[in-house]
Design a protein around this ligand. Structure first.
Ligand code: AVJ
Length: 322
């Protein structure tokens, strides 16, 4: 017998299909930032980190270059195991790994990331460049837990750097930290990198660079939906928007429809209508103050033991204890 219930197309139950369905049938329209990171998106993000306007990556790297030994020493114990959430290609982590090897001779490093290719690159590079580090990569979504980790006798240092936590809503960020806290032992530590509140001009330029790389990164989400769900987005008919939302202390990225249009998404059996000027909200990137990071960590079950920043106070690295 055939069911009289309408059947959802198969693509609607894939991660991308269900997110596109949810986001583009909502009002206001939105898409989750994890959709940015297909192969092209990951390449564009790497290009963003080298832009003159995009200060976070180089500022955080500068803090590690100056204070990595102090950060590792602040952990106290000699037998540290490092775990990195969302490690990607782990280009900044090397400074911390080198500091740990200087202090304890050798080290086990567990980078966790959803991208197998990024982890492969990180593993090859670190094993070639930093003798003393054994890399145990894990392909996983760290928001679903850390998986089984064995610090053997020592202490865990969880790295969550790059202001990735800024993509989460405050209550989701708390939930994520609590999840990490539950899987580690009292006395283990977390090193959290966060982007700080600063003047609007600096923030807006970082998310709307002159070369248009961030615009291409934002727009790539539409190209990805075209490729993976057979949609007919015409990127020329949208424009990139970046704005500072002072009330919520976050940078926002949007894709704004330049005219009234309808876009078909065949794999989802959907037709999405856009009014002229209507936008898809594609990213929040929360910016913090010393008080707001401290409160977030406390709510997540940690307390701040130390923090480091650059001369301008643009980026913060916080050591917290479970
Ligand atoms: C990778 C989430 C830290 O929020 O700055 C860069 C992503 N978005 N340019 C950020 C991003 C636009 C980035 N994070």
């Amino acid at each position: 017998m055939t069911s009289s219930l309408p059947r959802l197309p198969e693509a609607a139950s894939t991660p991308i299909g269900s997110e596109v369905w949810r986001g583009l049938t909502s009002f206001p329209k939105s898409l989750s930032p994890w959709l940015f990171y297909d192969e092209e998106g990951s390449r564009l993000f790497e290009a963003i980190t080298e832009l003159p306007e995009y200060y976070p990556t180089r500022t955080e790297r500068g803090i590690f270059a100056r204070y990595a030994d102090e950060m590792i020493a602040a952990c106290g114990m000699q037998d540290l195991t490092l775990v990195e959430l969302g490690a990607g290609t782990a280009t900044k982590t090397g400074l911390l790994l080198e500091a740990a090897v200087r202090r304890q001779g050798s080290l086990v490093y567990h980078p966790i990331d959803v991208s197998e290719s990024a982890l492969g690159e990180a593993t090859r590079r670190i094993e070639a460049e930093i003798p003393g580090v054994s890399v145990c990569p894990r392909v996983a979504d760290y928001t679903q837990g850390l998986g089984s980790l064995d610090a053997s006798s020592g202490q865990l240092l969880i790295l969550y750097i790059g202001s990735s936590i800024g993509n989460f809503e405050p209550q989701e960020a708390v939930r994520l930290l609590r999840g990490v806290r539950r899987q580690i032992a009292p006395g283990d530590r977390l090193l959290l990198g966060v982007d700080m509140v600063k003047d609007r001009g600096t923030l807006c330029r970082a998310y709307d660079d002159a070369a248009g790389v961030t615009a291409a990164f934002n727009m790539n989400v539409l190209t990805r939906i075209n490729c993976e769900l057979g949609a007919s987005f015409r990127t020329k008919l949208f424009r990139h928007r970046a704005r500072w939302n002072e009330q919520y202390s976050r940078m926002e990225m949007h894709l704004e429809s330049l005219l009234a249009q309808t876009v078909a998404i065949p794999a989802l059996d959907l037709e999405i209508r856009f009014a002229r000027g209507e936008s898809i909200h594609t990213e929040n990137s929360y910016k913090f103050t010393d008080a707001s990071v401290t409160a977030l960590l406390e709510q997540g079950g940690f307390h701040v033991s130390r923090s480091w920043t650059d001369e301008a106070g643009w980026f913060g690295v916080y050591m917290a204890t479970a």
